[in-house]
Ligand binder design. Structure first.
Ligand SMILES: [Zn+2]
Length: 450
């Protein structure tokens, strides 16, 4: 009798232990998809939610079961994307401008590097150049984010399997990095169609869809763009990376949310955020079917202090169909002196934004696009000034242009950003985390036996 009881106890303990082990194995995070909306603060999310009629006040990302908050500072306070991405990818704060490196120049390993040690496949995607700050922070170590040809080569040498986004110039102008990639076994694609048909028989794919940044969503029709969407890139990457039975790590960035936010471009932020949100929906649906995939949706920092104000003119803003940068390209430069013709300034504001300007206002605008040395700004920065005029005209909540001008990051803020997460271990995000602690959650989720 005693013997039997003891036997039963042993059996019970054994079963409990096995169940715990099984549960542990089930909870293991095999795949990780990190979706970063650059500059996607709560204000940008609420702007997209409020301004888009067909969303019924909710975005897909808001449906995820686990929610947290992340503080975003670099060692200098308000971060740029390089330092912010480095904290999230490596768990170490650094100086603005540095990627994957400590302030004293020591190379830091990222969560992507860790995934490689576990024999997982890895991928980076960005609607920015793939050599820009956020994707670089996950895949390379560099003292300056500006040496982008070196970053292009470092990404390939770090054996990142799928690399998709903009930035073809960095791979072609100084030296033929594309040819080097092909020698290393990468398939190479340059448009939506080629991406859809890519086989990646070596499980390696390089896709560069623009010489510089990928186009704003709002401008794609006008520019006759042949680029894939963020969702299409993410889908292709998941298809290729999930061939590895050891799993994968993927970072996919909706980068132009930040760019539109710098330009105080409300319709642009809405369009880019909605495209990012479609990507979230795709990733979560894939993860639901897969069972051991963690999906985490987050920003690196907030940009321009967005808020939905009470007097905001929703209709006028949502009638705007192109980016301020595109509008800048439609203005006509003066001959023999810096600036745009008063006529073309007035025409562009009227045609694309329904803003009527007096001659005096057009002259003031012209002053705002010429720097202290008397040179006219680059097109994207003329876009910033155009966006600020429009945002002010229609009472949108954004930082004023003069505060942006005094900011080394061009208008980033220290506002904390929300985290939305799905899948095994994602309850670990239900917390107020520093950006370095965000890294720790990712790291722990991949730790074998966790
Ligand atoms: Zn930015």
């Amino acid at each position: 009798m005693l013997k039997n009881k003891k036997g039963l106890l042993v059996l019970t303990l054994f079963l409990t232990f096995s169940l715990a082990l099984t549960a542990g194995a089930q909870a293991e995070v095999k795949n990780m998809i990190v979706l970063i909306g650059d500059g996607l603060g709560q204000g940008q999310i609420d702007m997209a939610r409020y301004m888009s009629e067909d969303k019924d006040g909710q975005l897909e990302l808001m449906q995820l079961p686990n929610i947290g908050m992340m503080m975003t500072s670099s060692t200098q306070g308000v971060p740029d994307s390089a330092a912010a991405g480095t904290a999230m990818a490596t768990g170490h704060k650094t100086k603005n401008g540095m990627v994957g490196m400590s302030p004293n120049g020591a190379e830091l390993d990222s969560i992507l590097d860790y995934a490689e040690t576990l024999n997982k496949s890895t991928g980076i995607i960005s609607t920015n150049k793939v050599t820009d700050a956020t994707p670089a922070a996950f895949s390379v170590s560099a003292k300056s984010r500006d040496n982008e040809v070196a970053i292009a080569k470092a990404i390939l040498n770090n054996d990142v399997d799928v690399v998709l986004g903009g930035g073809a110039d960095e791979f072609t102008e100084e030296e033929d990095v594309v040819a080097q990639a092909q020698d290393m076994g990468y398939d190479y694609v340059t448009n939506q169609n080629e991406l859809a048909n890519a086989q990646a028989s070596n499980n390696k794919l390089l896709g560069l869809f623009n010489d510089s940044y990928m186009n704003y969503k709002l401008d794609r029709d006008d520019l006759n763009s042949k680029e894939p969407s963020l969702k299409e890139m993410t889908k292709k990457a998941v298809n290729i990376l999930s061939r590895n039975e050891n799993g994968f790590f993927l970072m996919s960035e909706g980068a132009r949310i930040d760019h539109a936010a710098h330009a105080a471009d409300i319709p642009g932020v809405v369009a880019e955020t909605l495209e990012f949100d479609e990507t979230v929906e795709y990733a979560v649906n894939w993860a639901k079917k897969n069972g051991n995939t963690m999906v985490v949706v987050v920003a690196d920092h907030e940009t321009m202090g967005f808020s939905v104000t009470e007097p905001i003119n929703k209709e006028a803003l949502m009638n705007i169909e192109v980016s301020p940068e595109y509008m800048a390209g439609q203005m006509v430069e003066k001959e023999g002196e810096p600036g745009m013709t008063i006529e073309s300034i007035k025409d562009v504001f009227a045609e694309y934004a329904n803003v009527e300007m007096t001659d005096k206002e057009a002259k003031e605008f012209n002053q705002s696009i010429i720097n202290n040395e008397g040179n006219m700004y680059y097109q994207y920065m003329i876009g910033w000034e155009i966006g600020s005029v429009i945002a002010s005209e229609y009472s949108a909540g954004v930082l004023p242009a003069d505060i942006r001008a005094d900011s080394s990051t061009g208008g980033h803020t220290l506002n904390s950003v929300p985290i939305f997460a799905f899948g095994p271990e994602s309850n670990e995000f239900n917390d107020v985390l520093d950006n370095t602690e965000f890294h720790q959650v990712l790291f722990d989720a991949f730790k074998p036996g966790n």
